[in-house]
Design a binder for this molecule. Structure first.
Ligand code: NAP
Length: 568
């Protein structure tokens, strides 16, 4: 009974290391690892032991006999990888790589700025070394887990299972949180403070800005970056006042347009198009859920500037979208572009051939190809539509997808829409005190080193690409470099562990620790359970602080006194 890797694969390779027969590829160090859309189980070699399923942080490993009908395409997808890349050599990979020991005994302390996946994988890698006496993880928000909380789509519950791994990381004795602390903000703890109190500082601050389209009308009301919309429905405190035209008055066309066709664009399209009963069982933020309940949007059009074979969404995500039975998925592409025999084109051709029942009443997602927005149209400052130009595809004759370019023709049309979401990728923001490459919007580094003692990891290091698990390998590289520098000798910090805790307490009286986060987490789960949901996110920072504050010790004492005197 071979196991099959399914849609929620995070590609962090935990399964690869756990597999006793080396049947999961590409493995770390093999070509394609780090850029592949997922890892694949070789059905001919798998012994069905289930070690991979135990190791997988996101529940992506499923025995073939237990696949749902919707997961069946993954059977073929896994096997197809081995048709293309046979792995004749079944020598097991180094299951437990020898533990590196530092030449210098420490104890060393490290600050990690950013509590998203990159920051937490980094903390985990560091804490494998006994010479690291402590890792303090800072985050400007009161809630950790970065894009797993505020980016992963609410209807991707299995992807969110990776938080169990993060919970295990944060519970380690030498781990400490300083949440609700924005390093480098006015009046806040600075990089200089961190350098004075830690042996090393690692920035894992992601890429929280968005890229613009550079076309007229982008500033109209109703034209939004996906970063804001995704933050809104995922309960990011900064986005809860976002105005999203979903109703008949603000969006009379009943249409939303998403520009770009990466995985984020598909997430946005699903959330806007799926019926609310599919969303109310998720952790979608309570306020946005009510607005989505009242939504009159009937159609979401996803604009891809290039062809089906060049679409930025991954095949596993497309399989997941095609399997939805609560929305219709329609492909709008010149049939001449759908003739490819690559996996994307094949699947899109199958979707294009499906009959759509116009009387079903289902909302629809239209995947359009070879089209670009040239102007966002509006009236009275609000979006009313998008002027779209048809593109011809040029270049890429040698089969290199990246080399195919879109060139505008003079054929244009207008799509009426009250909401336009640009989902054309994230962009890193400059970090106070660090160099910044404006072109890539990343911090220049050498294997994670910005300068001895200061490091980067995650999207601020490599740009906004990859899956949650990609950060594990990335963190291993940065930590390796950091350990090299510790071994070579870095200046010892002047301040102690207690000094930095006191400084944070002085400058950030509201700072939260692990216990505070656990109280907030428990409150959200409890509220969610009452409504039959995994959690009801608390999105107001003042309320987050109030919920996470422990009960007054004095009140508890007097309650205890009253109880004792009552029973005396
Ligand atoms: P992305 O994958 O880089 O996709 C960006 C899209 O924007 C592409 O379709 C790109 O087209 C298009 N684009 C860029 N500039 C444009 C312009 N001026 N006009 C029109 N289209 C333009 O970015 P993303 O969707 O934000 O995702 C970021 C990363 O997170 C990706 O690695 C993604 O796989 C990952 N992610 C994964 C999941 C998951 O695994 N479930 C979910 C969400 C995100 P071209 O291809 O033509 O440049």
């Amino acid at each position: 009974m071979p196991y099959v890797v399914t849609q929620s694969c995070c590609a962090d390779a935990s399964c690869v290391v756990a597999c006793p027969v080396n049947c999961i590829h590409p493995a770390p160090g093999e070509p394609g690892f780090g850029s592949t859309e997922m890892v694949y189980v070789d059905p001919a070699a798998c012994v069905g032991c289930g070690a991979c399923a135990t190791a997988c942080p996101v529940g992506a490993m499923v025995p073939d006999a237990a696949l749902t009908t919707k997961q069946l395409p993954f059977l073929e997808l896994n096997a197809a990888y081995y048709d293309a890349f046979p792995h004749a050599d079944r020598t097991p990979v180094a299951l437990v790589p020898p533990q590196r020991r530092l030449a210098r005994p420490g104890p060393f302390r490290v600050a990690v700025v950013g509590a998203g996946p990159a920051g937490l994988y980094t903390a985990d890698e560091l804490l494998k070394h006994p010479e690291i006496a402590g890792v303090d993880v800072y985050d400007r928000l009161r809630t950790p887990y970065g894009l797993v909380r505020h980016g992963v789509a609410p209807d991707h519950a299995s992807t969110k299972l990776v938080t169990r791994l993060f919970e295990a990381i944060e519970r380690q004795p030498r781990f400490r949180y300083f949440l609700d602390v924005e390093v480098g903000a006015p009046g806040a703890v600075t990089l200089a403070d961190l350098k004075a109190h830690y042996d090393a500082v690692v920035y894992a601050v992601g890429a929280s800005a968005d890229r613009g389209l550079g076309i007229p009308g982008e500033d109209l009301d109703g034209s939004l970056p996906a970063t804001a919309l995704v933050g809104w429905y995922n309960g990011h405190p900064d986005q809860q006042d976002l105005t999203v035209p979903l109703g008949a008055m603000s969006n009379p066309s009943g249409r939303a347009v998403v520009v770009g066709n990466g995985n984020v664009a598909l997430d946005v399209a699903r959330v806007l198009a799926r019926p609310v009963d599919a969303l109310e069982r998720t952790d979608l933020a309570p306020g946005p859920l009510e607005q989505l309940r009242a939504s009159t949007v009937r159609e979401v059009v996803v604009l891809g500037r290039r062809g089906p074979a060049q679409a930025a969404f991954t095949v596993p995500e497309l399989i997941g979208l095609a399997a939805l039975d609560d929305v219709d998925v329609v492909v709008d592409a010149d049939p001449a572009l759908l003739t490819g025999d690559d996996q994307r084109s094949t699947l899109l051709r199958e979707i294009a051939e499906r009959p759509v029942d116009p009387a079903s009443g289902r909302r629809r997602i239209v995947l359009s190809f070879a089209v670009s927005p040239v102007e966002i149209l509006g009236e009275d400052g609000r979006v009313t539509g998008v002027r779209v130009v048809r593109n011809r595809l040029v270049g890429g004759a040698d089969g290199d997808v990246r080399a195919v370019r879109a060139e505008a023709t003079d054929e244009t049309h207008v799509l009426d829409a009250g909401l336009v979401v640009r989902s054309v990728g994230h962009r890193g923001r400059p970090v106070a005190g660090l160099p910044f490459d404006e072109r890539t919007a990343t911090v220049p580094h050498n294997r994670g080193r910005v300068e001895p003692g200061v490091y980067v990891v995650g999207w601020i290091k490599r740009g906004p690409v990859g899956f949650i698990g990609t950060n594990k390998t990335d963190a291993q590289e940065t930590v390796d470099t950091l350990l090299d520098d510790l071994d070579a000798g870095l200046p010892a910090p002047s301040g102690t562990d207690a000094d930095i805790a006191a400084l944070v307490a002085r400058r950030h009286p509201d700072a939260a620790d692990l216990a505070a986060w656990q109280r907030l987490d428990a409150a959200e789960r409890e509220r969610g359970a009452q409504a039959g949901r995994p959690r009801a996110k608390i999105t107001d920072v003042a309320e987050q602080r109030a919920v996470a504050t422990p009960a007054e010790p004095r009140r508890r004492r007097s309650l205890l006194r009253r109880t004792l005197s009552a029973t005396a």
